[in-house]
Design a protein around this ligand. Structure first.
Ligand SMILES: Nc1ncnc2c1ncn2[C@@H]1O[C@H](COP(=O)(O)OP(=O)(O)OP(=O)(O)O)[C@@H](O)[C@H]1O
Ligand SMILES: [Mg+2]
Length: 62
């Protein structure tokens, strides 16, 4: 959720949606999205593309 709030701020359209799909929680946002080639890195410690990001949030959530 924190990530979605940050990334929608970089778009003109600012929508965040929550859903359940196959028993999993899904958070979607209208921000720039994630490059397909970067998906495997998302949960790695210290991976970040935010200017002042720490790359810790998704690692901890997992
Ligand atoms: N909703 C999103 N839209 C686009 N990119 C995202 C989104 N969520 C995560 N990412 C990408 O995944 C990276 C890692 O996210 P993560 O939450 O682990 O770290 P962070 O947000 O950069 O810093 P922090 O430690 O403060 O959470 C982000 O820097 C960004 O590149
Ligand atoms: Mg984060």
């Amino acid at each position: 959720m924190n990530n979605a709030v940050y990334w929608v701020g970089r778009s003109e359209e600012r929508v965040i949606r929550f859903d359940f799909v196959d028993g999993k929680i899904v958070v979607g946002d209208t921000g720039p999205g994630i490059d397909r080639d970067d998906v495997w890195r998302l949960f790695q410690l210290f991976y970040t593309r935010r200017s002042s990001g720490r790359g810790v949030g998704l690692y901890l959530s997992r």
